[in-house]
Design a protein around this ligand. Structure first.
Ligand SMILES: Cc1cc(=O)oc2cc(O[C@@H]3O[C@H](C(=O)O)[C@@H](O)[C@H](O)[C@H]3O)ccc12
Length: 569
């Protein structure tokens, strides 16, 4: 939800910074102000801004001093689009609140002093823990294969609103022009609402008043949203008291339907085939902040190659990231920060069973999923949810957790299909709980290494077995790929060479595309990205078909040919 109307102070820029390795800041009342000469830029992860902070994954403090002249009778809140892992806030020495989780937006109501400087002090605790989402033991022993960047990593700003305002809206659309909007107003006075729908050319299609918090309308002849024509409308909701405008918010919406039937995924009544990538938010020096220009380059590269889709592996991406998916017509599988690929490095089997049976852990997961859906539910690009990545779901306790999680998610949003990315193949006990089966395969890399043909045969056999068991469910290959060091060549193709990566991707797609129950291929990964240090990684995971600075490896041409000529749309 965005607004052209609410006054806003962007807190992007240089902040005071102080490392607190011993966690003494709270005891010494650093919330009242920091003594430090260190400077940091927001938004961006702290790690690569100074080599001394690179391997630092503990506690650090930020401070911004802000002169506020006046903000009349408005309410103020501070919005963090993403910071963490644990964020604590003080304003002028007063503790305000705490938030857990790095990848979802949150806000705190705040009181600012006028005609003087206000001290905004933030404590970030990015200490890895097995109970974090996602779990880790330390910087290099994590259940996930991406670097544990920390800090205020996404935009942060102060927004001013009237006491009477729109707190949230939920939008449902259909490709035939049906529109339903649920409003959550916060207002102690008698109010009225106004709904406006404006098309791309600026033509006002609707302008209606209503006192009802549910607004439903057949708009009529709309242009549906699709990857070929990602047509967006602007929906504006205004709230009035005695004819006086109190708040105005907007959403960019698309009219589209998603359905799973007859073993396929349908968008606006037509079967779709997903061609794309698992991605990461990762860029040199910025860490987990994706600068808008980098996103634009990424999306043009994906478009050039013929991709139409990606998964937000392995956490919900930033607002700007998904704004661009809406604007440029990419189909998104939205995933919460639940990634368990290497969980056995972090905890024992008994500990895993205990964690997944723990009601407190489930409550934490529910809370994060709620935040993720609230933030991204109105996006036309989001066509399905992946509830987690690579859980050890050959264990009964984990499969039961997934069953509960899927059920919970559907109570929040039943309009989109649900999946999870499995790497347990035929041994997975949770495939029955999802609408679409998603499988990650690395035969030819982690197993049958050096022998792509044998790897592909194994995958083909396992797929047949899974399809026989669930003949009605569409299957997406959500991960497959091989590391390639840019500039390393080998004839014949050998592991880590550009040729091996190209061959692996080509052979997987050529062999498996014949199975008509497969409805998508996502290559792992779009670009190289930073990982924890371990003997299997050379600072980066090199499975990108682009380098970390977005230059193409040989595989990029191969993928373009496959996506454009060998796979249907
Ligand atoms: C050691 C290992 C074996 C295996 O068969 O699969 C596998 C998968 C792993 O994680 C997933 O794959 C990507 C990768 O390894 O390149 C990760 O980057 C991704 O986040 C994971 O979904 C890790 C290790 C193994």
């Amino acid at each position: 939800m965005r607004s052209f109307y609410r006054p806003k102070i962007d807190l992007q820029g240089f902040w005071k910074f102080k490392i607190d390795s011993e966690n003494v800041g709270e005891k010494n009342e650093w919330g009242k102000g920091l003594e430090s000469e260190d400077i940091i830029y927001v938004p961006a992860s702290w790690n690569e801004q100074n080599p001394q902070w690179d391997q630092f994954s503990s506690i650090a403090w930020y401070q911004k001093d802000l002169f506020v002249s006046s903000y009349e009778s408005k309410k103020a809140w501070i919005v963090f689009e993403g910071a963490g892992y644990i964020t604590k806030l003080w304003i002028n020495g007063e503790y305000v609140g705490t938030h857990e989780g790095s990848f979802t937006q949150f806000k705190f109501p705040i009181k600012l002093n006028t005609n003087e400087f206000n001290k905004i002090v933030v404590k970030i605790d990015n200490t890895p823990s097995p109970y974090n989402l996602p779990p880790a033991k330390d910087l290099n022993i994590a259940a996930f294969d991406f670097f544990n960047y920390g800090g205020i990593q996404r935009p942060v700003y102060i927004e001013f609103v009237d006491e009477c305002h729109v707190e949230d809206i939920t939008v449902y659309t259909k490709s035939n022009g049906h529109l339903k909007v649920e409003i959550l107003p916060e207002c102690n006075q008698k109010y009225s609402l106004r709904f406006k729908l404006v098309d791309k050319e600026g033509k006002v299609l609707l302008d209606e008043e209503s006192s009802n918090e549910i607004y439903e309308k057949d708009v009529g002849n709309v242009t549906p949203w699709s990857p070929d024509n990602p047509y967006l409308y602007t929906l504006i909701v205004e709230i009035y008291v005695d004819e006086n405008l109190k708040d105005s918010i907007y959403e960019r919406i698309g009219f589209r339907d998603v359905e799973v039937k007859n073993g396929r995924i349908y968008l606006n009544g037509k079967p779709i085939f997903l061609k794309g990538f698992g991605r990461h938010e990762d860029f040199p020096i910025l860490g987990k902040f994706m600068y808008g220009a980098v996103l634009v380059r990424d999306f043009y590269l994906m478009r050039k190659i013929g991709a139409n889709s990606f998964r937000t592996s392995h956490y919900p991406y930033s607002n700007e990231h998904l704004d661009l998916a809406d604007e440029m017509g990419f189909l998104v599988i939205l995933e919460p920060p639940l990634c368990y690929s290497n969980i056995s490095r972090v905890m024992s089997q008994e500990e895993i069973a205990k964690m997944f049976s723990d009601i407190k852990y489930f409550e934490k997961v529910k809370h994060t999923i709620k935040e993720m859906i609230r933030q991204h539910k109105n996006r036309p690009s989001v066509i399905m949810y992946s509830v987690m990545n690579e859980p050890p779901s050959d264990m009964y306790e984990v499969a039961e957790f997934i069953k509960k999680e899927v059920k919970f998610l559907k109570t929040l949003d039943s309009s989109r299909p649900v999946t999870f990315a499995s790497h347990r193949s035929v041994r997975d006990l949770a495939l029955e709980y999802v609408d679409i089966i998603s499988l990650n395969y690395y035969h030819g890399w982690y197993t049958e290494w050096g022998d792509i043909d044998s790897g592909v045969r194994t995958v083909a056999m396992e797929l047949e077995e899974i399809h026989k068991k669930f003949p009605e469910k569409p299957i997406i290959i959500t991960e497959f790929g091989a590391d390639a060091i840019y500039g390393l060549h080998s004839d014949p193709p050998q592991m880590w060479s550009e040729e091996y990566q190209s061959e692996m991707i080509r052979k997987y797609i050529e062999a498996l595309r014949k199975n008509n129950y497969i409805v998508g291929f996502h290559i792992w990964n779009f670009a190289d990205f930073r990982t924890p240090q371990n003997p299997g990684r050379t600072i980066l995971n090199r499975k990108g078909i682009f380098t970390r600075d977005r230059q193409p490896k040989s595989a990029a041409k191969v993928v373009e040919e496959l996506f454009k000529n060998k796979l249907s749309s």
